[in-house]
Design a protein around this ligand. Structure first.
Ligand SMILES: Cc1cc2nc3c(=O)[nH]c(=O)nc-3n(C[C@H](O)[C@H](O)[C@H](O)COP(=O)(O)OP(=O)(O)OC[C@H]3O[C@@H](n4cnc5c(N)ncnc54)[C@H](O)[C@@H]3O)c2cc1C
Length: 426
């Protein structure tokens, strides 16, 4: 609890930092704030562990953003990727070193929350935050934010972190602006041991029929996580793609344990990330890789920064100081994750028009596969590759302009020659 001297503090508890939402972003923010010794309250509307529609793919940047001592509860280690283009031209690429890991989100998220609790954060589950107020009767002074819970209870804080996911109420308060909304459909399909064995250590990525869409199979022991994602507004076509995808894989006969849908949202470049003493992070801030829709590493990284800056805002003596810290938070996010997002957005624009080129490059052009491998393993990022390789930068610019009808030789090769081939380990 804050050691502030105001008379209001004597009557009502005032938390240093209240975090709304206990996904990877919220748990990460709560951990970062709690390890500094501040009083941190983490509010979650569900009971934990809770299900979250997600592939659970943990790439290098996610692994590197985990709190110290965190042991990933991996369900599988990916060493091979089978790529297909609308179910055809299937080709598998392999790597001796693990490419990325796969987790079940309920278990992963709960473990992250436990880490935040061990660092000193207090957790309340089964509480839904209705809104936050920074002015008015509920707010005892200008250094305090009122967090209003469903049912009417009010919790007070010096700073609030909104990590309440893609339908964020705190994001609405901050005024987060979005320019990409996608619909993900996913099923958790228990399969017999023979089927599970066939998938062990290998994922499938299918470049889909709707511009910008793709599908995946992520094995988790005796269960396959199968999903597709596409721009919102193509609901019927996305559902059809999902059903065809499952049928094509020979999985239609197995009853899914869970079948669900979820929206993902990407922020506009100029979208706010704070308002007064309230910060947003993760999906609540629209922080997501626009091309792959990878969001766990964005949630963990933006959550950690939000937790660190929320502590500084909690200590700010006035609105000017609080605003300075909030701007520093926004600056840190934009300089890192913001750059990754803008490169991802350009990749998506090219991919939407030329999925065949991506397929051809990843399956037939060794440097492209190496880049995929290095990005998933975390030794580089897409933004870093584009920044340091003038050829990659030029290719992205040229392809963004070239009409989609002009298929290059690589795409002809993909369509003509590659059906069913396997590649050597690299
Ligand atoms: C189909 C699909 C597949 C995906 N696959 C991957 C993948 O393989 N790898 C990857 O990196 N990313 C993936 N993502 C993205 C990833 O799931 C998200 O980016 C990530 O979960 C964001 O974490 P978060 O903590 O910001 O939000 P969330 O994980 O959504 O957590 C938000 C939390 O806030 C709580 N909450 C919401 N409202 C309130 C409220 N009013 N009061 C209190 N609590 C509240 C929710 O219950 C929830 O626990 C996928 C997304 C989809 C849709």
């Amino acid at each position: 609890m804050s050691s502030g001297n105001s008379s209001a503090d004597d009557v009502r508890q005032v938390w240093d930092v209240v975090v709304v939402g206990a996904g990877p972003a919220g748990a990460s923010a709560a951990y970062a704030a709690a390890v500094t010794g501040r009083r941190v309250l983490l509010l979650e509307k569900a009971e934990l562990p809770r299900y979250k529609t997600c592939g659970g793919g943990i790439i290098g940047p996610s692994r590197d953003a985990l709190p110290p001592g965190f042991e990933l509860p991996l369900k599988d280690r990916v060493h091979a990727v089978t790529f297909s283009l609308e179910g055809r031209f299937t080709r598998t690429r392999r790597s001796k070193q693990m490419l990325f890991g796969l987790v079940n989100r309920p278990e992963f998220d709960q473990q992250l929350v436990e880490h935040a609790q061990k660092a000193g954060a207090e957790l309340r589950t089964g509480v839904t935050v209705s809104r936050v107020e920074q002015h008015g009767a509920a707010v005892p002074d200008r250094r305090t934010v009122a967090v209003v819970l469903q049912g009417g209870e009010t919790v007070l804080a010096r700073a609030v972190v909104g990590a309440d996911g893609s339908a964020s109420r705190i994001g609405a308060h901050v005024g987060v602006k979005l320019d990409q909304v996608d619909l993900g459909l996913e099923a958790e399909i228990p399969v017999p041991e023979t089927v599970a064995e066939d998938w062990r250590g290998r994922v499938l990525i299918d470049w889909g029929p709707i511009p910008g869409s793709y599908g995946w199979v992520f094995p988790k022991g005796d269960t396959l996580t199968v999903g597709v994602i596409s721009a919102r507004g193509e609901g019927a076509a996305t559902k059809r793609y999902f059903e065809d995808f499952i049928a094509r894989l020979g999985l239609a006969g197995f009853e899914p344990r869970i079948s669900s849908g979820h929206l993902t949202r990407c922020r506009t470049e100029d979208s706010p990330l704070s308002r007064g003493r309230v910060l947003v992070c993760g999906d609540a801030a629209g922080m997501l890789e626009p091309w792959t829709r990878e969001g766990i590493s964005f949630a963990l990284r933006s959550g950690r920064l939000a937790g660190e800056w929320a502590v500084r805002i909690a200590e700010a003596h006035d609105a000017v100081d609080a605003r300075r810290q909030a701007l520093n938070y926004a600056f840190a996010l934009k300089a890192g994750l913001g750059v990754e997002m803008s490169v991802g957005k350009r990749m998506l624009a090219v991919y939407q028009r030329r999925p065949g080129l991506f397929h051809a490059a990843l399956t037939g052009f060794r440097p492209a596969w190496r880049a995929f491998r290095d990005i998933t393993q975390g030794s580089t990022t897409l933004a870093e590759i584009v920044r340091t390789h003038p050829v990659a930068q030029r290719a992205l610019t040229v392809l963004d302009r070239r009409p989609a009808t002009e298929a290059g030789p690589e795409e002809h090769q993909a369509r003509g020659e590659q059906d069913g081939r396997e590649t050597a380990a690299s």
